[in-house]
Design a protein around this ligand. Structure first.
Ligand code: NAD
Length: 353
């Protein structure tokens, strides 16, 4: 078959070194010539932020971080940035923290250097998200792409194992969904496959040895690749489902992804044979669905949406919203009936059908 595609790569420096965050961040601040830094970190992430920003010209530390970036929270952070006339945003934390720095960058144009402490991957995308009155809006803007990402697996060892698993499966979902998302292409597919391989190796090692760096490094590397693949390929069915569920029922982000992923994989794999072969190979398995099932069993992965507060009587309405949002190019045709079946299984924690 002829190979033909258009691919955008996002310009960003990545510095990856366990134990190296402080010196790598200082080098980035030097390169940018920053004099007045706004550090964004939630109260749980503050200690890590203090470690990595020690000795830098910090004008203000801002810790009001809320998942999905409510607009009033974003407005307050923007006022703080303007009041202190900051010239660099340094985010130290998970996707919620990176998301708040992005909200500030979106309106002020102040650059970001991101120091991630989960596997969410927001640091490698030009996607922002804001929530108003329970409705999350996302968009793409070059201003929100961090100039540089400082990865340090030593910052991950404090992330509790259950959160590490959910967050790592969120990263895995970026990889899998990239293989059939609207702008899927051979380059993001190659990144996604390597991301799956690295996460499949790293996450069980995190469970076996949560304070060891080996599993953390592989998982972080896989999470970065997953986010690059996702930023390039766009949101596929899996992301549309999680977006609808998260918004309608205020479900936790990473856990929702972790529960939904096997159901979407089982739903799409029969109609996406090339992607299925690629996913299976990346898992070192004969079959994509069983490769993921094997990893999930090693991790005791989150299983049921009902455990995270989704009401069963919300399934029909969620399915209707998902059918409306699903990409037309999804490999398996999406209908109200088959999405209700998928959601019912994910709600109960049944085996994917
Ligand atoms: P999160 O940032 O809310 O973090 C989860 C919890 O873990 C928080 O309580 C946080 O304080 C804590 N935490 C983080 N790092 C820690 C560490 N090293 N040690 C101890 N505790 C730590 O959750 P998340 O899953 O990382 O991010 C979710 C958000 O990111 C969602 O709003 C999602 O929409 C967004 N996101 C955006 C993109 C994008 O491209 N824009 C991509 C992925 C996720």
């Amino acid at each position: 078959m002829t190979m033909r595609f258009d691919h955008d790569s996002l310009a960003q420096r990545v510095r990856f070194a366990s134990g190296g965050a402080r010196s790598n961040l200082a080098a980035e601040v030097d390169l940018l010539g920053s004099q007045r830094i706004m550090v964004v970190a939630s109260s749980a992430e503050k200690e890590l932020a203090e470690q990595v920003t020690a000795g830098l010209p910090v004008a203000v530390v801002h810790d009001e971080v809320v998942m999905h970036v409510p607009t009033d929270v974003a407005d307050r952070a923007r006022s703080v940035a303007e009041f202190h006339d900051v010239d660099l945003l340094v985010s130290v934390g998970g996707g919620s923290t990176t998301g708040l720095a992005k909200a500030v960058a979106l309106t002020t144009g102040v650059p970001i250097v991101a120091v991630p402490t989960t596997y969410a991957g927001s640091e490698a995308t030009n996607v922002w998200g804001l929530t108003e009155a329970s409705k999350k809006t996302t968009g793409v803007d070059a201003r929100v792409l961090p100039r540089a990402v400082i990865y340090d697996a030593a910052l991950m060892v404090s992330l509790p194992v259950d959160l590490s698993i959910a967050s790592g499966l969120n990263a895995l979902a970026h990889c899998v969904d990239s293989l059939w998302a609207p702008r899927a292409d051979p380059i993001n597919a190659a990144l996604a496959a390597e991301g799956i391989r690295a996460l499949n190796l790293g996450l069980p090692a995190v469970v076996d040895d949560p304070t060891g760096l080996d599993g953390r490094e592989h998982s972080l590397y896989g999470a970065y690749l997953s986010a690059v693949a996702f930023a390039s390929a766009g949101s596929g069915l899996h992301h549309k489902i999680c977006h609808v569920l998260g918004g309608m029922f205020d479900l936790p982000h990473a856990q929702t992804h972790a529960v939904v992923l096997p159901h979407v994989l089982a739903f799409n794999a029969p109609s996406a044979p090339e992607a299925a072969v690629r996913i299976a190979a990346a898992f070192g398995s004969d079959d994509a669905v069983s490769g993921l099932a094997m990893l999930r069993s090693k991790l005791s992965a989150p299983r049921a949406l009902r455990d995270y507060g989704m009401p069963e009587d919300g399934i029909e309405a969620a399915a209707a919203a998902i059918v409306a949002a699903a990409p037309a190019s999804n490999p398996t045709a999406v209908t109200q009936d088959n999405i209700v079946t998928l959601l019912q299984a994910a709600w109960e924690g049944a085996e994917p059908r």
